[in-house]
Design a protein around this ligand. Structure first.
Ligand SMILES: C[S@@+](CC[C@H](N)C(=O)[O-])C[C@H]1O[C@@H](n2cnc3c(N)ncnc32)[C@H](O)[C@@H]1O
Length: 261
């Protein structure tokens, strides 16, 4: 569970807020509910998506759940008329059955999905929906470069045990696990061509997310050395285009599971 213990920096995460928001909206667009009564934003982070859930469902009771107090502090300022709870995904338990559990870019931070997903379904009311979006970038240079660096002679003593274990399962495992338990199931994958601006854009992106488990282990000085080494190693995989933009192809898995009414 080392990944779930990562410290989160809302400002760094939101630096690419527009790119990170788009899949959240695409997931929201596929939720087949008009007026759910009880909604949870699981892994709500800085609350920017919780605020959009509030706009879409003005009469719902909306609770944001997250393990990070800095993220929740930001969320409390971002999303009006919502409540927030600090909890780990595996410990959290709602007080009432829920109409919607929405989770954007959060559940990939933990493993044991074969325990977690059935547990989440068990919290849903009749006709309730579990809507999940997870990045699936394990097999890409974005993650491979950091894993290779952490395992190298220079870094393995400090970072060898920070290398994340895969959390997300092969896509068909979600089908086989969820389909027998729900009335309808939609699963889809999208590759977003995120167009990032600025110097070392991929390193900056990763600093807000996938590098966190490594950076947490390092002193400020070693953090800068690691980030620079990552920027140098990842650059050739995501070259800057002639117009200064860096394209980061980003694979995301979406799940919308609806319980029988
Ligand atoms: C990438 S952020 C996504 C935030 C938000 N859903 C969004 O779309 O902007 C992932 C969030 O998951 C939370 N998280 C990761 N592992 C967790 C765990 N085991 N329990 C609770 N929260 C966790 C982190 O604290 C972080 O705020």
């Amino acid at each position: 569970m080392a990944r779930s213990a990562a410290t989160w920096d809302p400002a760094q995460y939101l630096r690419f807020g527009n790119e990170r928001l788009r899949p959240a909206l695409d997931l929201l667009a596929q939720i087949p509910l008009t007026a759910p009564g009880r909604v949870v934003d699981l892994g709500c982070g800085a609350g920017n998506v919780t605020a959009i859930l509030r706009q879409r469902f003005p009469d719902a009771d909306i609770v944001g759940v997250d393990g990070s107090e800095p993220m929740l502090a930001k969320a409390r300022m971002s999303a009006a008329n919502c409540t927030f709870e600090q909890a780990d995904f595996f410990q959290w338990q709602p007080r009432h059955k829920l109409d919607l559990i929405y989770s954007n870019a959060a559940l990939q931070w933990v493993d044991r999905h074969t325990t977690l997903f059935p547990r989440l379904l068990s919290f849903l009311a009749l006709g309730g929906v579990l809507a999940v979006q997870m990045p699936d970038m394990r097999a890409t240079p974005l993650h491979q470069v950091s894993r290779q660096l952490a395992a190298s002679a220079e870094w393995s003593q400090e970072l060898g045990d920070a290398i994340p274990q895969p959390g997300i399962l092969p896509v068909m495992d979600y089908w086989d696990m969820l389909r027998p338990q729900v009335a309808s199931l939609e699963i889809w994958q999208t590759t977003y061509m995120h167009a990032l601006q600025g110097e070392n854009a991929v390193m900056q992106w990763a600093t807000g997310s996938s590098l966190r488990p490594y950076l947490d282990r390092l002193s400020d000085e070693r953090k800068s050395v690691f980030r620079q080494a990552y920027a140098d190693a990842v650059r050739s995989h995501y070259p800057r285009r002639a117009d200064g933009t860096t394209i980061l192809p980003f694979h995301r898995l979406f799940i919308a599971a609806t319980m029988a009414a």
